[in-house]
Write a protein that binds this ligand. Structure first.
Ligand code: AGP
Length: 372
């Protein structure tokens, strides 16, 4: 077992460290010399994809959070309405689907029963189903019309880490491919995003080398009774993912909120020293979002919160509002979750370890949930 963990204390830490390579492997060979996204294994024709007028993304847990990020990217790039749904809820509300609906199902294991049942329901309604999956030959890709495999390699720890970042990459590639074949984005625009994507493994390696402070912070937070996470835009699913990781690994009460929703209720939870993890958008690009999150941080701090701020390197102004600052390398806004999620994975893992818990096998959980 120790050898399998490659010198790490837990599979989860090994898998966190493998994320740069997993991203690079998932990108490998998927951009042609002409700047076109190559998704050879996706057996839907370009015409099938041009006919799509609505997209549903359906998944569970961490894979659902990847889907939430994908919605922002796909709607922005492709300009097709895109809804994200929890697989366990999907078929019970009688969703409207037909031949021109594309359903994207996301599953690391390819065996999650809730996701499989949602996919079968979509197929009965004649929707086309594209799976994003990490497990070759598993049930979900076998029953889908097409599959884009993530090349994360086997994920042993129950908590999903490298699968998540590779799912994001797969979603970005699908979004860019759709935008290109539908003529919404030119080849040079697509290539520019792919170039940014290609530089994320290196940036992530650098980030992973700077996590000592996060480990120290974890030791500090291990006795907190609740930890809140806030984010806006793609930072919102990152906040949800940070909270999920903490719940499943450290058995602590944790909740993620859209930062703008705080004032509609959750801000009442803030007490003296309540830790609030704040995911700050890049000041470049849509600076307006960043400024809004910064004022949300000021609001929680004014009520006594202890703020743990994840912000881009060089964003000097946030320092004034951060009790702890975790700096991440710059990425374009839509790609930021590839960076901002990683400190939250490490935080949850280290808090669980500091609490003496079984990081790789949390209680009550299975790696693959094969019942509805
Ligand atoms: C993530 O840390 C969880 N263990 C869990 O939410 C998981 O992502 C979910 O069960 C979906 O699994 P899948 O991707 O294999 O379908």
């Amino acid at each position: 077992k120790a050898a399998e963990k490659g010198g790490y204390d837990y599979f989860m830490l090994k898998e966190i460290a493998e994320q740069p390579q997993a991203i690079a492997d998932t990108l490998l060979g998927r951009l042609s010399d002409r700047g076109e996204i190559v998704l050879d294994e996706v057996r839907l024709t370009d015409q099938d994809l041009r006919d799509v007028d609505k997209i549903f993304i359906v998944a569970c847990g961490t894979s659902y959070h990847a889907g939430m990020v994908a919605k922002y990217a796909i709607e922005h790039w492709v300009r097709i309405p895109c809804e994200v749904e929890l697989a366990s809820e999907f078929r019970y509300r009688d969703p409207i689907l037909d031949r021109s609906t594309l359903m994207i199902v996301i599953s690391q294991s390819g065996e999650t029963m809730d996701t499989l049942m949602a996919l079968r329901h979509a197929k009965e309604q004649k929707a086309r189903v594209l799976a994003i999956c990490n497990t070759n030959g598993s049930t979900i890709p076998r029953e889908s019309d097409a599959v884009l495999y993530t090349h994360g390699g086997p994920e042993i720890a129950v908590a999903s880490t490298k699968a998540f970042v590779t799912q994001l990459v797969a979603c970005y590639l699908i979004g860019l491919h759709l935008a290109q074949i539908r003529g919404v984005m030119y080849a040079d625009e697509v290539a520019a995003v792919v170039e940014k994507l290609s530089s994320t493994p290196e940036a992530l390696t650098k980030l992973l080398g700077q996590m000592e402070d996060v480990r120290a912070l974890a030791r500090d937070l291990k006795t907190a009774s609740t930890v809140l996470f806030i984010g806006r835009h793609v930072g919102y699913p990152v906040a949800l993912e940070g909270a999920l990781k903490l719940k499943e690994l450290a058995y602590m009460h944790a909740e993620g909120f859209a930062a703008g929703e705080l004032k509609h209720g959750p801000i009442a939870l803030i007490d003296q020293d309540t830790p609030v993890v704040c995911v700050v958008p890049s000041p470049a690009g849509r600076g307006v979002m960043r400024d809004k999150v910064v004022s949300n941080i000021q609001e929680v701090r004014a009520r006594g919160a202890r703020t743990i701020v994840i912000a881009e390197e060089g964003d000097e102004a946030v320092k004034a509002y951060a009790d702890h600052l975790i700096a991440v390398p710059h990425t374009p806004t839509l790609l930021a979750p590839l960076m901002t999620t990683v400190p939250l994975q490490i935080l949850a893992c280290e808090i669980a370890a500091a609490r003496g818990l079984d990081v790789d096998q949390p209680r009550n959980l299975a790696k693959s949930v094969t019942v509805e």
